[in-house]
Unconditional design. Structure first.
Length: 95
């Protein structure tokens, strides 16, 4: 997903997401989680966060967790509607 911070404030989103990454990686079925900060001058406030899960059951378990509720709270901090991207290459979708 891509989140957009206020000018000069994307670090707040990044820090909030970083605080979730280590515990998420420890969850059963989490293959990885990663955070990418934009280095493009045209889009300096963009923060991308991705998780990959081994099975749909593992993802469903994560979605029911307290950590996922914290992720939703971070998504609410985005200045624009978060964009979800299907790792299989489908078009982005708004949350």
């Amino acid at each position: 997903m891509t989140l957009t911070g206020a000018p000069g404030e994307s670090w707040r989103l990044a820090e909030a997401l970083r605080s979730l990454m280590v515990p998420v990686r420890a969850e059963r079925g989490c293959l990885h989680s990663r955070l990418v900060l934009s280095t493009e001058a045209a889009d300096p406030a963009s923060v991308r966060y991705a998780e990959e899960w081994d099975t749909e059951a593992d993802l469903r378990s994560h979605v029911r967790s307290e950590r996922f509720l914290r992720l939703l709270a971070v998504m609410e901090l985005s200045r624009e509607t978060p964009q979800l991207v299907d790792p299989a290459g489908a078009d982005a979708a708004e949350v």
